[in-house]
Ligand binder design. Structure first.
Ligand code: FMN
Length: 273
């Protein structure tokens, strides 16, 4: 007798400090999959593999959850590059943007737009909150996603199973501010304290741009410094404190003003089905 086809959930995410990954996993779990097909866009090598095999990587996937953090009100360029390569051929998908309690800008809108244009049926979309990557400088949304966020993400996943009609781009909210209007990505670059670096290679292994040397812990060369996207993956994974987020006095004042404001009110997840 022919076996019924099992629905396979795929999670495609960019997540240097892991908050987006946690939300995508919780949504997949709510959809009944604790063992989804994992497509990690964070690592440059894996991203290149996904792009090179764009026609086949989704063969096993029936519903693709796509997650990315919000960077300056937009999608990170690495996510845009990867999404641009993937074709949906009518596959179902869920779009997720995770932001640091400040502003989600046009990130989710652009994700839904790209997925739809590339042939995915976007059945659901969600905005979730993750601890701000720059919380070492100004604490914002500490510990998020927390238990309540994870529970909401799981419930969202269960809800997605009953959605029968794809979303329209008109359903997706935007927050047009000076960051989302600008093409620029302004980022705080980590400070490197060479003397206390133990050269463990962790920073190089997690860097989404692949600009660090696993042997020396330094930048591969001085030209690559400007490629750093300030995602804080190296800072989060540095056990010796050799990579830290530290703002100079002027940048510190600007960050305190912008992020200080963002830290005052707790924002809640918003889902669209
Ligand atoms: C360069 C950069 C820009 C960011 N811009 C925003 C923003 O515009 N609005 C916001 O609320 N959070 C912003 N954040 C915070 C992240 O969206 C947030 O911390 C997210 O949870 C990080 O996801 P990850 O843990 O998957 O890396 C920014 C973070 C970085 C590194």
């Amino acid at each position: 007798m022919e076996q019924p086809m099992t629905k396979r959930i795929g999670v495609l995410f960019f997540s240097p400090t892991n908050t987006t990954k946690k939300i995508c996993d919780a949504i997949a779990s709510g959809m009944g999959s604790d063992d989804p097909v994992v497509l990690d866009m964070t690592h440059p090598g894996k991203r290149a593999e996904i792009i090179a095999n764009a026609n086949t990587v989704l063969n096993e996937v029936d519903h693709l959850i796509v997650g990315a953090p919000v960077y300056c009100g937009k999608l990170p360029l690495q996510t845009i590059e990867c999404l641009g390569a993937l074709k949906g051929y009518g596959k179902k998908s869920t779009a997720v943007a995770v932001y640091g309690n400040r502003d989600y800008g046009i990130a989710l809108y652009n994700m839904v737009e790209m997925l739809s244009q590339n042939g995915f049926n976007v059945m659901a979309a969600g905005l979730f909150i993750g601890q701000h990557s720059y919380s070492d400088v100004v604490p914002v949304a500490m510990g998020r996603p927390d238990e309540s966020d994870i529970e909401k993400a799981q419930k969202f996943g269960t809800q997605i199973l009953n959605v029968s009609r794809p979303l329209s781009i008109k359903d997706i909210p935007t927050q047009w501010d000076k960051h989302s209007k600008s093409k620029k990505y302004t980022a705080l670059k980590p400070t490197y304290r060479r003397k206390i670096c133990v050269k463990c290679g962790r920073c190089a292994a997690v860097c989404p741009t692949g600009i660090l040397s696993p042997e020396t812990g330094k930048h591969l060369n001085r030209h690559v410094k400007k490629i750093c996207i300030g995602c804080m993956a190296c800072v989060n994974n540095c056990k010796s404190g050799a990579r830290i987020s530290k703002a100079n006095p002027i940048v510190g004042i600007i960050m305190k003003s912008v992020l200080g404001q963002a830290s005052r009110v707790r924002k809640e997840p918003f889902i669209i089905t």
